[in-house]
Design a protein around this ligand. Structure first.
Ligand SMILES: Cc1cc2nc3c(=O)[nH]c(=O)nc-3n(C[C@H](O)[C@H](O)[C@H](O)COP(=O)(O)OP(=O)(O)OC[C@H]3O[C@@H](n4cnc5c(N)ncnc54)[C@H](O)[C@@H]3O)c2cc1C
Ligand code: FES
Length: 508
């Protein structure tokens, strides 16, 4: 996480000549020592805090779209009128200031009070909401219900021992030792208490009954609901080779998994990472930062090639090799011993730590048992409702109709899960919102970030602009004459523009 540097720019309280601020333009300045972004859009003037409330991304380098501003780092979107985060991953409001226009100048005046949630009439609303899953989607849904003015009881059951936390950080800064523990929880106990969100950790739901509208917990407890959101996420796939259950073999999904891995990494010297996709390679980078020797074993010819194509696959490989990661590609693991692993090629590698990152599986068992429609994920409609009325699904488990590709898709991205949680919450309140956000994810390797918008499981044309080796490029994935997805490195604004274009196509 990085904070933007102390503000320098002009003092916006002293006024900015409007002649210097074209429509759609922005000025980065400061007011009372705080960095403020002044925006002129559609003849109106807005002033908001210049730093994104997610990880402090510089909004002056983002994109103004209508009366919103989008962050260049992970595409949070804020309402310029209220400062409210209208799209994850930011969860907190931006501060807003009143702007006065006088004598051809724009003056930023006093800070405006935070927007209050709307007052909702209870008629037609569910008398209670139960959320199963305390991850990205579940937490975002609970918060959104309150933001939208829902007053009824909200109970969030999570099988995890910890309250909702920033899962993507577990393979990045936190694992590398660069993020302190206090950055990891998404919210404090006080936040949940203040918003009357009843978070029950270590509480596994074992059955749902959509007819009786109840959920049953592993300890036999039961709870009724007016509306239900399923957001049970994924579980890591385990290796089926001898030695896979040994204590020095680690998976990474939960905070507890991460703590166990950090504890082991403190005394380990040589790690074999199994799998060369996002989690495996982020773990490789973080363990290199901790000074471990890292070898990566994977069956493909180039890491991430299936998702990103050969050019970016080559870039990722070279980037890790430049940090002394050793690849053993075209190989799988055959056996894990106490101090060595054997590969399918017969090669043996020393290893006192093994991290397995070979993919995840959506946790659909509850939905299947309840008789909901399931098709390699829980089937939902464009409003994220399952085949049972009043039961919604969001995040890694949900397979929804994607407008851009025309396919029913399921993705495993943090921002998508949060945005789906937000949309599902609004639909629980009867707002009838389609989920049209273009899928977005980012992946960080050392100081290089890959941003990806859209979804292209397959493509018939791949267009590369720029130089992947220089970490400055845009790769577009086309199928049947449609641009389905865009990956960028070092071009955040292009990634935002591609996101907006994909969303506008989806809206027709
Ligand atoms: C280490 C790591 C790094 C990642 N990095 C990135 C990244 O950089 N960018 C990105 O886009 N994505 C990333 N992801 C993926 C991203 O975290 C997931 O897509 C996202 O968390 C999915 O959100 P979700 O709410 O669907 O599920 P989750 O966040 O997995 O939450 C599911 C919750 O449901 C609970 N649960 C499951 N079953 C039950 C039950 N029966 N009863 C009660 N509770 C239950 C679980 O305990 C958990 O709390 C990463 C994932 C991991 C593991
Ligand atoms: S820093 Fe703005 S979205 Fe992450």
């Amino acid at each position: 996480m990085t904070e933007t540097s102390p503000p320098d720019g002009p003092d916006l309280a002293k006024g900015v000549p409007l002649a210097e601020l074209a429509d759609g333009g922005t000025v980065l300045g400061q007011v009372g020592g705080e960095a403020v972004l002044l925006v002129r859009q559609g003849g109106e003037l807005f002033a908001v805090a210049a730093s994104c409330t997610h990880y402090g991304g510089p909004l002056a380098e983002g994109l103004v779209v209508g009366d919103t501003v989008r962050c260049p780092w992970h595409h949070a979107c804020f309402d310029l009128r209220t400062g409210r985060p209208v799209q994850a991953p930011a969860l907190n409001d931006l501060k807003c200031w009143r702007v006065e226009e006088r004598d051809g100048r724009a003056f930023v005046r006093e800070e405006r009070p935070a927007a209050e949630p709307p007052k909702l009439a209870a008629a037609g609303l569910p008398d209670s909401v139960v959320i199963v899953g305390g991850g990205a989607a579940g937490n975002a849904a609970a918060e959104t219900l309150r933001r939208e003015g829902y007053q009824g009881p909200i109970t969030l059951f999570s099988a995890d021992r910890s309250q909702p936390y920033d899962r993507p950080n577990l393979s990045k800064d936190y694992l590398a030792g660069a993020a302190p523990p206090e950055w990891i929880p998404l919210r404090s106990d006080a936040f949940y208490a203040e918003h009357r969100i009843d978070v029950r950790t270590d509480a596994r739901v074992v059955e749902i009954d959509p007819t009786q509208k109840t959920v049953t917990l592993s300890d036999g407890g039961r709870a009724g609901y007016g509306a239900l959101l399923l957001a049970t996420g994924s579980e890591p796939v385990r290796l089926a080779v001898p030695g896979a259950e040994a204590p020095h073999v680690h998976l990474l999904r939960t905070l507890a998994d991460c703590e166990a891995l950090i504890a082991r990494a403190e005394s380990a010297r040589r790690c074999v990472v199994v799998g060369a996709s996002f989690i495996g390679l982020e773990v490789a980078a973080s363990l290199r930062a901790r000074g471990l020797e890292v070898h990566v074993v994977a069956p493909e010819a180039r890491p991430m090639e299936r998702i990103l194509g050969p050019e970016l696959g080559e870039m990722v490989k070279a980037l890790h090799e430049a940090h002394d990661v050793v690849f053993h590609l075209g190989a799988t693991l055959a056996e894990i011993g106490e101090a060595r692993v054997r590969l399918s090629t017969g090669e043996e590698l020393a290893a006192d730590l093994v991290v397995v990152g070979v993919g995840v599986r959506p946790m659909t068992a509850l939905a299947e048992k309840a008789g909901l429609a399931v098709d390699r994920g829980v089937s939902v409609d464009a409003f994220l409702q399952t085949s049972a009325p009043g039961v919604y699904a969001a995040g890694d488990i949900a397979r929804w109709p994607d407008h851009a590709s025309g396919d029913r898709i399921r993705v495993e991205h943090w921002v998508v899960a949060e945005r789906q949680g937000q949309v599902a919450a609004r639909n629980i309140l009867g707002q009838g919102r389609r989920f049209v956000a273009a899928p977005f994810f980012w992946s960080q390797h050392y100081d290089t970030v890959i941003s990806y918008v859209g979804h292209a499981e397959t493509w018939d044309r791949l267009e590369v602009d720029g130089d992947p080796a220089a970490h400055d490029c845009t790769v577009a994935y086309w199928r049947g004459g449609r641009r389905l997805a865009v990956a960028t490195v070092g071009r955040d604004l292009e990634s935002l523009r591609a996101e907006v274009a994909l969303e506008q196509e989806a809206l027709g």
